[in-house]
Design a protein around this ligand. Structure first.
Ligand code: AMP
Length: 415
């Protein structure tokens, strides 16, 4: 399957070429024809699957076909997404894929003065990308006219629920025209989200990719068993490897994230934290510094990190093992995106072994243990699960930078 097979117009095909995209990802392959056909869509997919392009590309094509109107532009598409970071990333995707078209979009989100966002809205746009709170605020002030909306996209619906935005989402939905095409994306489908989907979609086609229990197969994983008190030294030891160019370190708590950053900075390793207690500006600044390579390490909590899209993220480091096994899959999905290879390293202390076992069970993969390191655990690191029966051996992934010697004899099984 190529993008040509998806009946895309040349200006979009050229933009995709310029982005270096060679072929559609599974979610794109499945969603683009449905959306071009003007059918509602229920997409079960997390970030990292190419989901943004899966809706942005056909939306651009549909709007371009309609773009005959002269004069001031009016909003025809609304994309609602939970965080400022995601909103900005979606905006960047529309800029990239729509670079050869005359369509205009803008991004609005809270935590910053509204002046420049209002001016953009007043200039006239085709596509509005927004977080719910700021959108409602600007709608109430009369700056957003969505009476002509034809397409509504709800992105990361489960996360909207997590972050307490579901009421705001419902308020927005109540104000948009009933006659519309709706695209609904969520990584997971808890009851409340399924109910919401039922109320806002009409005869949707369902598309599902990479369920949360599938560990990205391009990601090489390894685990270090280590005492809690030694984790910070182990982190510095691991980061001494210069092959780690850009690492996302996950911390369970905001306070913990700040402590890790402080310790790394004190030891000459550039790092910043991103979590809910940081202002929007501080979060965005840290993310930009990380993307631009000004800092080597970004320390994040799960909520803050979900959806972060960084090219060339070489390593994900789980400083703590997440309690919910699916979270592990989301975390390591930050690296190895869209076919690139990535490396995920986990630090597991005595108390976390049960959680780690949960991850092995969920993924059905055997994660190699790195035993040769300067901070061996005072407890036995054995966490055995039986490899699944009748599964083909698929190879022996490298642990860290392909240099770990003690994994050689371990086998890896396909789920
Ligand atoms: P998303 O799931 O939308 O967050 O996208 C994840 C990453 O994959 C982004 O960096 C995209 O630029 C990239 N991407 C999306 N579609 C493709 C494709 N067909 N080929 C290569 N990279 C892609």
């Amino acid at each position: 399957m190529t993008f040509d097979n998806l009946k895309l117009i040349p200006p979009i095909l050229n933009a995709l070429k310029a982005e270096g995209y060679e072929k559609p990802t599974p979610i794109q392959e499945q969603s683009i024809p449905i959306i071009l056909n003007k059918t509602d869509l229920l997409g079960c997919a997390q970030t990292g699957t190419g989901k943004t392009a899966a809706f942005a590309i056909p939306i651009l094509q549909l709007l371009n076909a309609e773009d005959t109107q002269k004069g001031r532009k009016i909003i025809k598409v609304l994309i609602l997404t939970p965080t400022r970071e995601l909103a900005i990333q979606i905006g960047e995707s529309f800029s990239a894929y729509g670079r050869n078209l005359r369509l205009r979009h803008t991004v609005i989100f809270g935590g910053v003065p509204q002046g420049s966002q209002v001016r953009e809205l007043q200039r006239g746009i085709d596509i509005l990308i927004a977080t719910p709170g700021r959108l409602l605020d600007l709608m109430n002030q009369g700056y957003v006219d969505i009476r002509n909306l034809g397409i509504f996209v709800l992105d990361e619906a489960d996360r909207m629920l997590d972050m307490g935005f579901i009421h705001d989402v419902k308020k927005v939905v109540a104000k948009i025209p009933e006659k519309r095409q709706t695209l609904f994306f969520s990584a997971t489908m808890p009851n409340e989200i399924q109910k919401l989907a039922n109320t806002i979609l009409k005869d949707p086609k369902k598309v599902e990719v990479t369920p949360a229990s599938t560990t990205a197969e391009t990601v090489s994983q390894s685990v270090y068993f280590v005492d809690k008190k030694d984790k910070k030294n182990l982190l510095k030891h691991v980061l001494a490897d210069r092959a780690i160019t850009r690492a996302l370190v996950f911390s369970r708590t905001k306070h913990g994230a700040d402590k890790i950053v402080k310790d790394l900075n004190n030891n000459g390793i550039t790092a910043e934290a991103i979590h809910g207690n940081k202002s929007q500006n501080a979060r965005q600044r840290a993310l930009t510094n990380f993307k631009d390579g000004r800092i080597r390490v970004l320390v994040a909590t799960d909520i803050a990190a979900r959806g972060i899209d960084v090219d060339n993220l070489s390593h994900v480091i789980n400083y703590e093992i997440p309690e919910v096994p699916e979270t592990y899959v989301h975390r390591i999905g930050r690296t190895g995106r869209a076919g690139a290879s990535g490396i995920a390293i986990s630090f597991c202390d005595d108390e976390e072994r049960a959680d780690f076992r949960g991850i092995l069970k969920l993924t059905g993969q055997d994660i190699p243990v790195v035993t040769e390191h300067p901070y061996p655990a005072s407890f036995s690191g054995l966490v055995k699960i039986n490899p699944p029966k009748n599964k083909e051996v698929v190879g022996r992934p490298n642990a860290i930078s392909g240099r770990s010697a003690n994994n050689r004899n371990r086998k890896f099984y396909k789920r």
